[in-house]
Ligand binder design. Structure first.
Ligand SMILES: NC(=O)c1ccc[n+]([C@@H]2O[C@H](COP(=O)([O-])OP(=O)(O)OC[C@H]3O[C@@H](n4cnc5c(N)ncnc54)[C@H](O)[C@@H]3O)[C@@H](O)[C@H]2O)c1
Length: 441
């Protein structure tokens, strides 16, 4: 369902009229294309306080496609990185203001502001107050920027482990990710041999619910980044599934994930090489207010969205099918964070995904060498959201800082970043792909 309002505000009369009427003014987002895979222009690297990571961060930034500057050289930087990792008390927060206040207005359309923070200390309440303050700062800035510009806070322990995350955030791949706080909990950097143009080369990925919608886009982006994709969907979707597999040079696996033996059947389909990337994307809705919801609308949602995710994850980990260095990415939803009328079942299942990810992540990394993260999509333009009544759909599209719905590819790009071996330092995170939705923010 085309977003006609977005198209209209892209025209001169549309811009004029919507400004006069005080209506939302979405800008067309710049996404990855083969012709324009990178953000171009100046990358301003600023520091607030004294950072122990400055030189290492600078060396990572020189490896992006942006032109590194320590002082504003052009009038419109494409991105600004503010290293605030050294801020350990609240007076130092004035450095954050001093660094960004003069340049924020000039950041180019579709540009990025990335603030680097340190983990919040459990034992130093002055450091904790100052570092937590950065969260409120970034979330507010994301709401102020407009014109397709985004703001993100990355809390890091080591610069090396943060490289894949910085590359993602400083690229068109993160167009619909804003107002987020991402913790890079690991310390190890990517392998020196990492091919940043095809970071998933040689990896095998299984994507559930891949016959259409977000799952199809995930399979497409993982294949673009070099993975061999095994696409799974219910047997009744086999024709679409085979079409997707053929287009991507992948393998179709028609299977209902709620089957008792689904985990074993996945494992045998993936033998002997095993699996590197497991994307739990399949999901269903059966909306109705709780008072009107019979058990036959509650149970299938729990079964598809949550119980089968737990069951198949356990089976694939225990059977050794998931290779060391691998990644699991599960699909939550902002409904699982904010709740939604008519979605007690769906929101419960998606909140359950968040619980699963946070609890499993440290142990899975220690025992199996596998990271576990979640994407939480907001309003994404799919068949699911096209079926939503017009006014609710319009509200869903506009109630975020970018004033538009995301596309399946936005969820796919985030999944690909989390799936890469270079992102091994990102574990137990729930990354919202929601344009900084006002829901649950
Ligand atoms: N579209 C959105 O705005 C949005 C927002 C938040 C979260 N999500 C989540 O993203 C995921 C994909 O959503 P979508 O919009 O692409 O949905 P969709 O309905 O277009 O696609 C879901 C796919 O999952 C498959 N599937 C359902 N039950 C299955 C089962 N038992 N076994 C195997 N496959 C099964 C379906 O056949 C379908 O192909 C879901 O988990 C959804 O809850 C979507």
């Amino acid at each position: 369902m085309a977003d006609r309002y977005l198209n209209f505000t892209g025209t001169a009369p549309g811009r004029f009229l919507t400004r006069k009427l005080g209506l939302p003014q979405p800008s067309a987002l710049r996404r990855w294309t083969p012709e324009n895979p990178h953000l171009e222009g100046e990358l301003l690297h600023l520091t607030a306080g004294v950072s122990a990571h400055e030189a290492e961060v600078a060396s990572i930034l020189t490896r992006t496609h942006l032109k590194l500057a320590k002082v504003p050289a052009s009038s419109r930087p494409a991105a600004v990185i503010l290293d605030a990792t050294g801020i350990s008390d609240t007076p130092a927060l004035s450095d954050v203001h001093a660094a960004l206040h003069p340049v924020v207005r000039s950041v180019a359309d579709n540009g990025r502001v990335v603030v680097l923070g340190a983990p919040v200390s459990p034992s130093d309440h002055h450091q904790a107050a100052a570092q937590q303050a950065l969260e409120g700062f970034v979330r507010s800035l994301g709401k102020e920027l407009g014109r397709g510009r985004t703001a993100t806070l990355v809390r890091m322990r080591s610069a090396a482990a943060t490289e894949s995350t910085l590359r993602f955030l400083l690229s068109p791949r993160s167009a619909y990710v804003s107002g987020q706080v991402i913790e890079v909990v690991g310390e190890a950097g990517p392998a020196a041999s990492c091919d940043w143009d095809r970071p998933l080369s040689g990896r095998t990925a299984l994507v559930t619910g891949a016959a259409r919608g977000i799952g199809e886009a995930v399979a497409e982006v993982l294949a673009r980044d070099g993975a061999h994709v095994v696409v799974l969907d219910v047997p009744s979707a086999q024709a679409d599934l085979v079409r997707v597999a053929d287009r991507l040079g992948g393998t179709a696996l028609p299977l209902d994930i709620t089957a008792d033996d689904a985990g074993d059947r996945m494992a045998s389909a993936l033998a002997p090489g095993g699996l590197d990337i497991l994307v739990h994307n399949a999901g269903i809705t059966r909306d109705r207010k709780l008072a009107n919801m019979p058990a036959d609308r509650w149970n299938p949602v729990m079964d598809v969205n949550l119980t089968s995710v737990l069951r198949t994850t356990d089976a694939l980990l225990k059977s050794g099918t998931l290779n060391r260095g691998g990644s699991i990415v599960a699909t939550a939803s902002i409904a699982g964070i904010a709740g939604n009328v008519g979605q007690t079942n769906y929101a419960a299942s998606k909140a359950g995904i968040i619980g699963l990810v946070r609890s499993l992540a440290p142990g899975a990394l220690a025992e199996y060498g596998v990271t576990v993260n979640a994407v939480a999509p907001g309003f994404i333009e799919t068949r699911m959201t096209a079926a939503v009544p017009l006014f609710i759909r319009e509200a869903g599209r506009r109630m975020n800082s970018l004033a538009q719905g995301g596309l399946p590819v936005d969820v796919a790009e985030t999944t690909a970043w989390l799936s890469s071996a270079a992102s091994g330092g990102v574990n137990g995170q729930v990354v919202r792909v929601c344009g900084q939705s006002l829901l649950g923010s």
